[in-house]
Design a protein around this ligand. Sequence first.
Ligand code: HEM
Length: 185
Amino acid sequence: MKASKLLNLSVIICLVLLTGAATGVYGGEYEHEVKAKKISFSWTVAGDTLAVKISAPTKGWVGVGFNPSKKMKDANFILGYVKKGEAKIIDEFGSANTKHSSDKKLGGTPDATLVGGKEEGGVTVIEFTIPLNSADKYDSSVDVNGETVVLLAYGPDRDSFKTKHKYRTALKINLGSGSSEPLKK
Ligand code: HEM
C-alpha cells in the first residue's frame, strides 16, 4: 500500500475511534442513572465536565438543580424543553427559596452546552454538558467525590420556563460513585 493511502486509512480509523468515544460520553451511554419516581437523571463525569441526560413524562420543561443552600436558593439550574423538534436549554440560578433567574440577567454567563433533546410519546429528554467548576459565581461548583444535592423537576405540558413544577424531588448523590439517597430535611 502506498504511504499516502496508509495515511488516509489511519486518519479514517482515528476519526472512527474519536466519534465512538464521543458517543460513549455524550448522547449515548451514561455511566450512572438515578430514577426518582417519574424522572430519570443520567450522568457521566468526563474530566472536568459533567455530561447529563434528564427525561420526564412532560411536553414541557425538565430541569436539574445542583447544590442549593436551602430549598431552591443558590442552586445551579439547567432547564430544557423541546419545541417543534428543537431543544432549548437555559442556565439559571436559585435567586430565592422558591425562585430562579437567568445567570445572564444576574450578571453571570450561560455555561451549559446543549447536546440534544427529543420529545416522544409525551416524554421529554434533554442532554447537555456543564463544567464541574465554571468561573461563573452563579454556578455552584461540584465535587464529584463528595455529596452533591441534586434537585430534579419537570413542568406541565407547556413549552415555557415560567411554569411551576408539576413534580419535584431532591436527592443526595455521590456523582463519582453513583450512590444516591433521598434528601432528608
Ligand atoms: C418557574 C419555575 C419554578 C417555580 C415557579 C418554582 C416554585 C417553587 C415553589 C413555590 C416552591 C415551594 C412550594 C412547593 O414545594 O411546591 C418550590 C419548591 C421546590 N422546587 Fe421549585 N420552582 C421552579 C422551578 C424549579 C426547578 C427547575 C427545580 C429543580 C430542578 C425546582 C425544585 C424545587 C424543589 C426541590 C422544591 C422543594 C424545596 C424544599 O421544600 O426543600 N423548582 N418551587
